[in-house]
Ligand binder design. Structure first.
Ligand code: 6PG
Length: 253
C-alpha cells in the first residue's frame, strides 16, 4: 500500500457521522481547491443514510462547495430508481433533493436495465467522459469513494467468491448478490483503488467479527472482499463505531 490507512473508532454512530461529514468537507474542499470540480461516489445500505442526512444540514450544506461536486454511485441494485431498495433513491431523499443538485451532476447507475453488461459499459463511459479521459484506459481517479461493509465482508456489490472480485480492466461490471434482488452493478477494485480517498463506514455489533477479520486476519481476498480495498496512492479511512470495533485487537490510529 502506498497511501495512508487510518482506523478511527468513534463512540457512537452519531459521532461517526460527524467524523464522516468532516472528512467529506475536507476532501471535497481540498479537491476543489486543487483541481476544480470534483467527483465522489456514494454507497448504499443503511449505514450511510445518517451521514448523507447530516451533510444536507447546516453547517455542511453551506460549508461544502456542492456546486462543484459530480455524484456517482459505487454500486446499485437492479431495481427502479424509485424502489425503496435503490441506493440512488436513498441518496436522493437523504441528500440530493435537499441540496437541489441539478440532474446533470447526478450520475445514477442504470442497474434497472435489462442488459446489465451494456449498462456497466455505459456507466464506465459516463465516468470517463466526466473526467475527460479515454474510457479504455486506466480508471478515473475519484476524489472520494464512500463504502460500507456487509456482515460477509462484501463492499459495494463485490461479494465473496464471485467473479467480479477478480476484474482487472473494467471499472464497472454486473455482479450477483447472494440475496434478492441478486443482480447488481458495481465498481470494481481497479476503480475503487484509484480513488484519492476511500471512506469506509462500519456500524454495529454484527460487523465486529467480519471487521476484525478484514483488518487483522491474514489476507483471504476471495472470502473477505473488503480486504481488496487498498488505494494505490490515496487515503483509506475506516470510521467504525465502538460496537463494530469490539473485536479489534488494535486501537485507533
Ligand atoms: C449496498 C451497499 C453495500 C453496503 C453493505 C453494508 O448496495 O447495499 O453498497 O455494500 O454498504 O451491504 O450495508 P449496511 O450499511 O446496511 O450494513
Amino acid at each position: 500500500m502506498v497511501g495512508q490507512r487510518v482506523i478511527r473508532i468513534l463512540d457512537s454512530p452519531a459521532a461517526l457521522y460527524r467524523a464522516g461529514a468532516e472528512e467529506f468537507a475536507a476532501r471535497i474542499a481540498g479537491a476543489v481547491d486543487a483541481r476544480g470540480p470534483c467527483a465522489i461516489a456514494l454507497s448504499g445500505g443503511s449505514t450511510p443514510r445518517g451521514l448523507l442526512e447530516l451533510l444536507a444540514e447546516s453547517p455542511y450544506g453551506e460549508r461544502i462547495p456542492w456546486s462543484d461536486v459530480e455524484f456517482f454511485w459505487s454500486d446499485e441494485w437492479a431495481v427502479d430508481p424509485d424502489h425503496p431498495a435503490s441506493n440512488f433513491h436513498m441518496a436522493r431523499e437523504a441528500l440530493l433533493e435537499k441540496l437541489e443538485v441539478p440532474a446533470e451532476r447526478v450520475h445514477r447507475m442504470p442497474a434497472e436495465r435489462a442488459d446489465l453488461d451494456a449498462a456497466a459499459c455505459d456507466y464506465q463511459r459516463e465516468l470517463a467522459r466526466t473526467f475527460g479521459v479515454p474510457e479504455d484506459g486506466p480508471p478515473s481517479r475519484l476524489d472520494l469513494v464512500l463504502l460500507g461493509m456487509g456482515a460477509d465482508a462484501h463492499t459495494a456489490s463485490l461479494f465473496p467468491r464471485t467473479p467480479a472480485l477478480r476484474e482487472r480492466l473494467r471499472w464497472v461490471v454486473p455482479s450477483r448478490a447472494p440475496m434478492e434482488p441478486c443482480d447488481r452493478l458495481t465498481f470494481t477494485f481497479p476503480l475503487i483503488n484509484r480513488a484519492r480517498c476511500v471512506l469506509f463506514l462500519v456500524v454495529g455489533a454484527d460487523k465486529a467479527a467480519p471487521l476484525a477479520e478484514v483488518l487483522e486476519s491474514a489476507r483471504d481476498l476471495d472470502r473477505l472482499p473488503s480486504q481488496r480495498v487498498d488505494p494505490e496512492d490515496g487515503r483509506l479511512l475506516w470510521l467504525v463505531d465502538q460496537a463494530a470495533a469490539s473485536r479489534l485487537r488494535l486501537g485507533a490510529a
